[in-house]
Design a protein around this ligand. Structure first.
Ligand code: NAD
Ligand code: WQD
Length: 358
């Protein structure tokens, strides 16, 4: 049985008499997970990470600990390995779980749906079973604005109709429904479903950020790789959408704001609300051309681009009504497009090959 690799363990003496809560972060080595681990450590939580490193590197966690000046516990474990996960819960008891671990590439989910359903849905099932067995029933789950499909209007509220347009999105919808059923069966479960809009940017230190494998699917990592010279030019997918300049409009949200949103959701979940759902976005939409212009201003680099055909499955406009999170979690995004683009560039500039070899 693979019990994973422990790369560090937090000394209680460093903290407030050992009274702090212990949080398991699945997928904690990934993009949003690593930023959230840093915020958790900064807020005084003890952090246990489970990640199989299928889309991340251990280096992210080393840097999180360096930035926080505190250690976390890391287990290189696959969520699908029930016995190994059970062993983590045995040796590192926790009070709550933040569940990031999952596969997230929309196109890949269309060509390899079984892998996506198996990893994302079965992974969530195994996690919930082991949590239940250990009487840990507080869960914050990474959902996505993709569960709204192609909304009939914007801004999007949490009670809008839900619809999946690809297997990735359907895996998120299925997990949301499973978690609702779990709470119906046992009301002692508390679950926060966080529907992120478009997470971008990096920690202002430039030490941790998004490190996509291969050619990026998402807009801002593609832009930063053009600016650093890894890619020759950006392809803008369509300029004939019914938007102010014809290009797609999205609600980009700074990853540090998103990470803070998880702390707020955790504080709320521990008070026992049952199943709650929140949009995490800024409420402000920007077009592709506006993102390019903002990036050029923040970085001083020019981003050559070419308008090409629409990308299949893309929608014209998607942005949040984030007022529920504001009212109930006292959370709102403070970092604007200037910081999103400047921090993304700082990270890319200082780490041209991400966490890989220089
Ligand atoms: P990421 O790929 O950087 O992080 C996910 C982490 O999960 C990776 O470190 C990966 O190694 C790990 N992982 C995957 N399957 C695993 C398994 N079976 N066992 C253990 N570890 C596993 O992605 P991210 O951008 O940080 O996204 C985190 C979560 O947020 C995902 O669930 C994603 O679907 C969701 N989300 C992301 C976005 C986005 O645009 N980045 C938007 C909405 C929702
Ligand atoms: C943003 C805009 C593109 C790349 C995806 C997932 C969604 C969520 C977030 C996980 C669009 C345009 C992009 C490029 C471009 N992930 N674009 N050239 O598609 O809104 O959302 O990531 O949950 O589920 O679908 O984000 O960054 O890919 O695209 O013109 O090379 O940029 O058409 O208008 P998207 P994105």
């Amino acid at each position: 049985m693979d019990e994973g690799t422990r790369i560090g363990s937090y000394s209680r003496a460093q903290h407030d008499g050992g009274r702090s809560m212990r949080i398991l972060v699945t997928g904690g080595a990934g993009y949003i997970g690593s930023h959230t681990c840093l915020e958790l450590l900064g807020a005084g939580y003890e952090v246990v990470v489970v990640d199989n490193l299928c889309n991340s590197k251990e280096e992210s966690l080393r840097r999180v600990q360096e930035l926080a000046g505190r250690n976390l516990e890391f287990y290189k474990v696959d969520l699908l390995d029930k016995q190994a996960l059970h062993a983590v819960f045995e040796s590192s008891p926790v009070n709550a779980v933040i569940h990031f671990a999952g596969l997230k590439a929309v196109g890949e989910s269309v060509t390899d749906p079984l892998r996506y359903y198996h990893n994302n849905v079965t992974g969530a099932l195994v996690l919930c079973e082991i949590m239940g067995r250990h009487k840990v029933k507080n869960l914050v789950f990474s959902s996505s604005a993709t569960v709204y499909g192609d909304p009939s209007e914007v801004p999007i509220k949490e009670d809008f109709p839900l619809f999946a347009t690809n297997p990735y999105g359907r895996s998120k919808l299925i997990i949301e429904e499973i978690l609702q059923d779990l709470h119906r069966a046992d009301e002692t479960w508390n679950v926060s479903l966080l529907r992120y809009f478009n997470p971008v940017g990096a920690h202002p230190s430039g030490r941790i950020g998004e490190d996509p494998n291969g050619i990026p699917n998402n807009l801002l990592p593609y832009i930063t790789q053009v600016a650093i010279g890894r890619l020759p030019e950006l392809f803008v997918f369509g300029d004939d959408y019914p938007t102010r300049d014809g290009t797609g409009v999205r609600d980009y949200v700074h990853v540090v704001d998103l990470a803070v949103g998880h702390i707020r959701a955790l504080e709320n979940i521990i008070s026992g609300p049952g199943v709650v759902t929140y949009n995490l976005g800024t409420g402000q939409g920007y077009s592709v051309l506006e993102m390019i212009a903002a990036f050029e201003k923040a970085s001083g680099k020019r981003v050559p681009y070419k308008i090409v055909a629409r990308r299949p499955g893309d929608i014209a406009s998607c942005y949040a009504d984030p007022s529920k999170a504001e009212d109930e979690l006292a959370w709102s995004a403070h970092r604007g497009i200037d910081k999103m683009t400047a921090h993304a560039w700082h990270w890319q500039h200082d780490n041209p090959n991400g966490y890989g070899e220089p």
